[in-house]
Design a protein around this ligand. Structure first.
Ligand SMILES: Nc1ncnc2c1ncn2[C@@H]1O[C@H](COP(=O)(O)OP(=O)(O)OP(=O)(O)O)[C@@H](O)[C@H]1O
Ligand SMILES: [Mg+2]
Length: 319
């Protein structure tokens, strides 16, 4: 059974009196206990997709089409009040920069407690106990003391652990993590990824994990959606994407991973840049950077082709 199922999501923004789609016909689903990674370059629509699920897109943005089913409810149709019950309780979100997400003038305890109080009636002593348990859960040593620290007294990795504790506070069934380890160094990043995996095994939480980094995807994903310029260009299991990549963009991303390049060889990069929202080409958004482009690519966006079970690609030429 799918826990979250996004169908034909289209999200746009009013920019300089024009309306442009940032996310186009995006569909994916996440089962209980599963990790789906959305990967793609800056500006491809990862954050807009994740904010749309919680209906938190900026005021100049609109969901113009699509459904977001979560536990039999269509989130696009709920009232603001119903959404407030879901945010932070059934679905939690973790953002990239823990320093800006945590409030500098409140203690760690205050901030975890707030996440609990919003959704539940609990006694004061019970809250302290729950905060301590949560900090233990995310691997913060001496939680009884750290509870009264302010965010600046913790390291970057510890702050991200606190963010995860806040996300876990009300036992959510889905966590959306938008580049949660991007600001951390590689060893701390690996620890946080392991923490996600442990918690997921323990609580069977589903994870929608957003990143631009394929090496993170390899460590954590069950399924992967590769996004480019607002559309999903390829979707499949982590094995499909790493061993049998079909889209020229996915192949380009894999070629630019350090491990694959020969030691003394320069790292490959995909030439060109992602087109900006108001000047996206009519056809396949990747054609200006693709080495396989033919006339058909310039004329229309390719539909999905099914390659094998659950492995789908949007390319006129390959697949
Ligand atoms: N409030 C807004 N008004 C206008 N355009 C916006 C707005 N928010 C996002 N966009 C545009 O939507 C597109 C997708 O942005 P999004 O933030 O989802 O990218 P992203 O994939 O998360 O990138 P990054 O890796 O840099 O976080 C971008 O072109 C961005 O400029
Ligand atoms: Mg983003």
């Amino acid at each position: 059974m799918e826990l979250l199922s996004v169908r034909d999501l289209n999200v746009g923004f009013f920019i300089e009196e024009k309306f442009a789609l940032a996310v186009r016909d995006v569909s994916f689903s996440v089962k209980k206990g599963e990790t789906l990674c959305i990967v793609g370059e800056s500006g491809c629509g990862k954050t807009v997709t994740s904010l749309s699920i919680l209906r938190l897109i900026p005021p100049n943005g609109r969901i113009v089409k699509g459904n977001i089913h979560f536990k039999e409810k269509d989130l696009t149709r709920l009232s603001e009040e119903q959404m407030r019950d879901i945010r932070g309780k059934e679905i939690s979100m973790i953002f990239q920069e823990p320093l800006t997400s945590l409030n500098p003038v409140f203690t760690i305890k205050d901030q975890i407690a707030e996440a609990i109080i919003v959704h539940e009636n609990v006694l004061k002593q019970e809250i302290t106990d729950r905060c301590i348990t949560l900090l233990k859960e995310v691997g913060i040593p001496e939680p009884e003391k750290r509870l009264y620290d302010y965010p600046h007294q913790l390291s970057g990795g510890q702050r991200q652990r606190v963010m995860i504790a806040i996300a876990l506070a009300c036992n959510p069934s889905l966590i959306i993590a938008d580049e949660p380890t991007t600001a951390l160094d590689v060893t701390v990043q690996a620890q946080i990824l392991n923490l996600f995996k442990e918690l997921q095994e323990r609580y069977k939480i589903s994870l929608l994990y957003i990143t631009h980094d394929l090496s993170v995807v390899a460590q954590i994903a069950d399924k992967v959606c590769v996004m480019y310029s607002g559309i999903i260009v390829e979707e499949g299991s982590v094995e499909n994407i790493f061993y049998r990549p079909a889209h020229p963009y996915t192949r380009g991303l894999l070629d630019s991973l350090p491990k694959r390049a020969h030691k003394k060889q320069k790292l490959k990069s995909i030439p060109g840049v992602v087109p900006d929202l108001l000047s996206r080409p009519k056809g396949c958004p990747f054609y200006p950077r693709c080495s396989l482009t033919k006339q058909v690519c310039i004329e229309k966006i390719p539909n999905f082709k099914e390659l094998e079970d659950g492995h789908r690609v949007r390319c006129h030429i390959l697949g």
